[in-house]
Design a binder for this molecule. Structure first.
Ligand code: AMP
Length: 272
C-alpha cells in the first residue's frame, strides 16, 4: 500500500503492526514473526521518517533496499506492507507530538528533535493503520518508553508489545547501520555488549559502588577505541540516572568510526 488514504480505508479488527524504517534484518523479522503468530492480519510499515533525523544525520545515507524488504516481508507472511512516500505522510508542515521529560536525556539530548519526529510519525501511523497491538524492539529502549508515555498520555487505543533484542552470534545487537562498520570496527563492536554484561555482573555483587563500576566500564570502552556518548544506569520509570539496580537498565551509545551503536541491558530481566 502506497497511499495514506488507501491505508486508512483498511479496517481489520485484529491487526498487528510493526513500524520500521526498512533495511530489514533478523531484529525486524523477529517482531514480524511474533505478531504473525498472534494476529489475523499483519501490517508492517516501511518509512524512513525524515522528521526524526537531525540536519547533520544520515537521512540520505540511511540504507534502503525496498525490493529485498518486500521479498523478506512476503516470506514472513506480512499481509500489508505500507510503504508511503514522504509527501504522503507530510503533505505540509506537520503538527508535532512532543513527549515531555523522558525525551530530555540521552538520545533526546544528543539528537534534538529526534523523539518529536518519532512520536509524531508513530501516532500518525497508528491513526492510519489502526492496530490492535504494535510491536517495538527493546533495543531502542528510550524509544519504547517514549511511545509508552505518548500512548498513555494521549489515550491512544493501542496495546504495545516490546520484544527482546536480536543479536549477531558474537552479541552485537542487529542494526541497519551495522553494514557501515569497517572490518576492524566490526571486530571491535561486540565489546560493547561484553562490557555491559561484565558491568551487570559487577553490579549484582553486593556493596559494589555503581558510580565506580560505571567509570571502570566507560574507561574500558574508551580504551577499546569507542567514542562514548553515554554509559549509564537508568530507571525504567523515568530514564533518569539511578544508583538503584531495581527496575533499572544499563544504556550505552558509542561511536566507532562514523557509525553510532546503541545497546542496553535490563538488570534482572535480560539473560546474561
Ligand atoms: P528501525 O527500522 O531501526 O526503526 O526499527 C524498527 C523496529 O525494529 C523498532 O521497534 C526497533 O526497536 C526494532 N529493532 C531494531 N533492531 C532490533 C534488534 N536487533 N532486535 C529487535 N528489534 C529491533
Amino acid at each position: 500500500v502506497r497511499s495514506a488514504a488507501e491505508m486508512a480505508a483498511i479496517t481489520e479488527s485484529d491487526l498487528g503492526f510493526v513500524p520500521t524504517m526498512g533495511a530489514f534484518h533478523e531484529g525486524h523479522l523477529s517482531l514480524m514473526r511474533e505478531a504473525r503468530k498472534i494476529h489475523d492480519c499483519l501490517c508492517v510499515s516501511l518509512f524512513v521518517n525524515p522528521l526524526q533525523f537531525g540536519k547533520s544525520e544520515d537521512l540520505d545515507k540511511y540504507p534502503r533496499n525496498e525490493e529485498r524488504d518486500f521479498a523478506m516481508a512476503g516470506e514472513v507472511g506480512v499481509d500489508i506492507l505500507f510503504a508511503p512516500a514522504a509527501n504522503e505522510i507530510y503533505p505540509r508542515e506537520s503538527t508535532i507530538v512532543h513527549v515531555p521529560e523522558i525525551t530530555d536525556l540521552w538520545e533526546g539530548s544528543l539528537r534534538p528533535g529526534h523523539f518529536d519526529g518519532v512520536a509524531t510519525v508513530v501516532l500518525k501511523l497508528f491513526n492510519l493503520v489502526k492496530p490492535r497491538t504494535a510491536y517495538f524492539g527493546w533495543k531502542d529502549l528510550q524509544q519504547c518508553l517514549v511511545i509508552r508515555r505518548m500512548v498513555e498520555d494521549l489515550n491512544v487505543p493501542v496495546s504495545l508489545s516490546f520484544l527482546p533484542t536480536v543479536r549477531e552470534a558474537d552479541g552485537l545487537a542487529m542494526s541497519s547501520r551495522n553494514v557501515y562498520l569497517s572490518p576492524e570496527d566490526r571486530a571491535r563492536a561486540p565489546k560493547l555488549r561484553q562490557t555491559l554484561i561484565a558491568l551487570a555482573k559487577a553490579l549484582s555483587v553486593e556493596d559494589r559502588s555503581v558510580a565506580s563500576e560505571l567509570e571502570v566500564a566507560r574507561k574500558t570502552l574508551v580504551g577499546q577505541g569507542f567514542r562514548l556518548d553515554y554509559l549509564e544506569l537508568v530507571s525504567l520509570n523515568d530514564i533518569r540516572s539511578t544508583l538503584d539496580t531495581k527496575n533499572a537498565a544499563l544504556i550505552v551509545a558509542a561511536r566507532l568510526g562514523a557509525t553510532r551503536l546503541i545497546d542496553n541491558l535490563r538488570l534482572g530481566a535480560d539473560v546474561i
